[in-house]
Design a protein. Structure first.
Length: 255
């Protein structure tokens, strides 16, 4: 695994991978108990403020967001990349955007209006394809992972420990192949953002303001890992157990 950025949301938006890709808090981002929510009582560790709480409005407009101030970052180009993140959301059947970087082409994590969590890829503004993980709106923490494997022209999608789909090249919405091989360039000039997406009516010459944002996410986010490489089942297992064994969560169920 090659870790590009990591956000643990322990009261800030710092990149804890050591790569210095910190995010900027534009809306007084609140922090709440996260997936590791129970405090240690002997001063060893206190993670009661360990998750970002995104407060999207029911009309898709207004809420909290966090952004990267350098739009040259998170440009995966024609390389592999993977995203693994713990999230919980209310299950409301409305379109929401936890993670976004699209202008022309690009990628985002998208809660569809059916309640399904999916990774959305856009090819040059022409058409989209989706990598869904399934319908999870139970108000509990779950780990969602998407991993691109260009060599085998496929995506792997995981919900917690379980690989929900191992699917070869998905077609775009216009019926053309998904082209997950080296020809699909996902670079763009958008700013990597958490908690909302920017309307493509405005070119991203600077970080977008609230008037340009839509589809705010309503839910919690914790332990976001971004890799510029493909993840294996073993990698996903390791990521899951790093958190699950400390948080008393097992397959999304608390015990």
């Amino acid at each position: 695994m090659s870790l590009y950025a990591k956000y643990e949301f322990t009261g800030n938006l710092n990149d804890t991978s050591g790569n210095g890709r910190n995010l900027t808090n534009y809306t007084s981002q609140p922090y709440v108990p996260g997936v590791i929510a129970f405090p240690y009582t002997f001063g060893i560790e206190d993670e009661t403020n360990s998750a970002a709480n995104f407060t999207g409005g029911v009309d898709y407009y207004g809420g909290t967001k966090a952004q990267c101030t350098n739009n040259g970052l998170f440009n995966v180009g024609t390389g592999n990349f993977s995203i693994s993140v713990w999230m919980k959301y209310d299950g409301a059947y409305r379109t929401q955007t936890p993670v976004w970087k699209i202008y022309g082409g690009g990628f985002q994590i998208w809660v569809q209006n059916t309640g399904t969590m999916a990774l959305r890829l856009r090819r040059s503004g022409v058409a989209d394809c989706y990598a869904p993980t399934g319908l999870i709106g139970d108000g509990e923490w779950h780990m969602y992972t998407w991993s691109m494997d260009r060599a085998n022209t496929k995506w792997d999608y995981y919900l917690d420990l379980n690989k929900t789909v191992n699917q070869a090249d998905i077609a775009y919405t216009d019926g053309t192949p998904g082209l997950f091989g080296p020809t699909l360039d996902l670079s763009n000039s958008a700013y990597f953002m958490l908690g909302a997406e920017a309307s493509e009516l405005w070119p991203p010459a600077s970080p977008p303001n609230d008037g340009e944002l839509v589809k705010y996410f309503f839910g919690g986010m914790d332990n976001l890992n971004f890799y510029d490489s493909t993840l294996t089942q073993t990698d996903v297992n390791d990521l899951y157990f790093q958190i699950a064994l400390r948080s008393k969560i097992w397959h999304g169920a608390t015990f």
